[in-house]
Design a protein around this ligand. Structure first.
Ligand code: FAD
Ligand code: NAD
Length: 401
């Protein structure tokens, strides 16, 4: 009898952890597992802002997938998924290859929400992937180099759009990283302007007011110019246009105004709601019994009105249950309903400050920054054990890309 084929699309938080759990749960020879990802490396999405500001080595953020999985148990294909044919039970890749499945997990993550604002897609820099944040770093260093030639101040103005968690983490990293880069490129840091623009009345508007105040004070200490209650209306190669007739001359707009589901899910012949794949309590895509979806490209309703947010925390908890349910499905056993347990949120503002909330407790300052590092280290531990933590921090490995 042919072994059932399990195919996982996306080796981000949800996909790679599901594949690692399957390696443990499946008996030898029970199924063939294939993991498909656009790049040969897995990146730590929660730390992409560090790649953008150049405050972390590439090997700390992006790591070779074959080194993270057990290649005896999981077949890895580097390929870009373009569509899924549910009738033929096949996945299609950009290079024309197709891969058949019996059980499919779609964990293709997020894309950037631009709200159709003119010029964002063309001229802004996105915090989306390792490659896109490497492009931010390259843009910054190019501007520092060119400033020495033409002394155009717009080259030293770096604008971060959106003061949600991603924006705040990016600002903190820029404030810590730019002084070092300026020194390296021999540009006076006093000439640099870091600007944030947020449509709501404050940064992290969804957090308690004490946390907002703390974050605002840290950003002010970093000399960050803040435009609150102000929307970005347009971006061109050399300026950003804001509401109230404000124009900021800049070559670098870093866009962190929210995310949406990966648009590839629209090419899967599956139901799509709010741009994502709606899933049942067992993480199966609505109206299917062999297709699962987790993470930022799936829509899990925690009650009638509210969906779970697009966070790594959600993707990781889903991965655990999803792996068990895929195995249960192929063994003809009962599936387990997914229950989300929110453990809190912590956002860094550079290396030495952070802000967070765990249950009813508000965290801030150095302790919160330490907690953030513990959370990140726990993920690495889950992914590759203590040896991965040591390798990521002290090792020398091939730099991806
Ligand atoms: P992803 O991790 O995005 O993985 C998707 C994978 O699919 C990627 O490997 C990608 O290359 C691959 N892929 C995409 N398209 C294709 C294709 N067509 N073919 C093949 N492969 C493809 N959440 C938290 O809970 N805590 C945090 O501290 C936190 N910090 C964050 C900081 C930043 C800067 C950002 C941007 C996000 C942060 N988040 C955080 C959110 C979190 O990173 C996401 O919710 C999480 O990555 C979602 O996991 P995922 O597996 O759904 O998608
Ligand atoms: P977000 O949706 O949380 O924040 C986007 C911000 O951009 C909002 O405050 C919004 O008011 C603002 N905005 C939207 N359009 C604008 C415009 N035209 N001009 C100016 N401002 C505008 O998005 P995010 O920060 O990218 O976060 C995405 C997801 O990732 C969230 O679920 C978040 O919780 C998660 N995340 C978590 C962490 C963490 O836990 N440390 C860090 C980063 C991201």
């Amino acid at each position: 009898m042919n072994k059932p084929k399990i195919v996982i699309l996306g080796a981000g938080y949800g996909g790679i952890i599901t594949s690692k759990k399957l390696e443990k749960l499946l008996k030898s020879g029970e199924a063939d597992v294939t993991l498909i990802n656009k790049h040969e490396y897995h990146y730590i999405t929660t730390q992409l802002h560090k790649t953008g500001a150049g405050t972390a080595a590439d090997r700390q953020i992006a790591m070779e997938i074959p080194e993270l999985i057990n290649e005896q148990k999981t077949n890895f294909i580097k390929g870009s998924v373009t569509s899924v044919d549910v009738k033929k039970q096949a996945v299609y890749l950009e290079d024309g290859e197709s891969v058949e499945y019996d059980y499919l997990l779609i964990a293709l993550g997020f894309d950037i929400e631009t709200f159709g604002i003119p010029g964002i897609k063309e001229h802004a820099f996105a915090i989306r992937s390792f490659r896109s944040t490497k492009a931010i770093y390259n843009q910054i260093t190019r501007q520092l180099t060119q400033y020495k030639e033409d002394k155009d101040p717009s080259r030293l103005t770096f604008v971060v759009a959106g003061g949600g968690f991603t924006g705040v983490e990016m600002l903190g990293e820029l404030a810590e990283g730019l002084p070092k880069l300026c020194k390296k490129y021999d540009v006076p840091y006093e000439e640099v302007k870091i600007v944030t623009v947020e449509a709501a009345p404050s940064v992290i508007p969804f957090f308690p007011k004490e946390s907002i105040q703390y974050t605002t004070e840290v950003l002010e200490k970093f000399n960050i110019n803040m435009y609150m209650s102000t929307k970005i209306l347009e971006c061109t190669p050399d300026k950003v246009v804001l509401e109230n007739n404000i124009e900021i001359p800049t070559r670098t707009l870093i866009w962190s105004c929210g995310v949406k589901g990966n648009p590839i899910v629209q090419n899967c012949g599956l139901p799509v709601e709010k741009g994502k794949l709606p899933v049942d309590p067992y993480l199966r895509v609505k109206d299917t019994n062999n297709i699962f979806s987790i993470g930022d490209c799936s829509l899990f309703m925690k009650d009638e009105k509210n969906a779970l947010p697009p966070t790594a925390q959600v993707a990781l908890q889903e991965a655990d249950v999803c792996a068990k349910n895929i195995v249960a499905a192929l063994r003809g056993e009962t599936l387990k309903a997914f229950e989300y347990h929110h453990k809190g949120s912590v956002a860094s503002i550079g290396n030495f400050a952070a802000v967070g909330k765990v249950g009813n407790f508000r965290l801030s300052g150095l302790f919160a920054a330490f907690m953030k590092q513990v959370i990140e280290a726990r993920y690495l531990l889950n992914l590759g054990g203590p040896s991965l933590i040591i390798k990521q921090h002290f090792g020398v490995s091939k730099e991806p890309v």
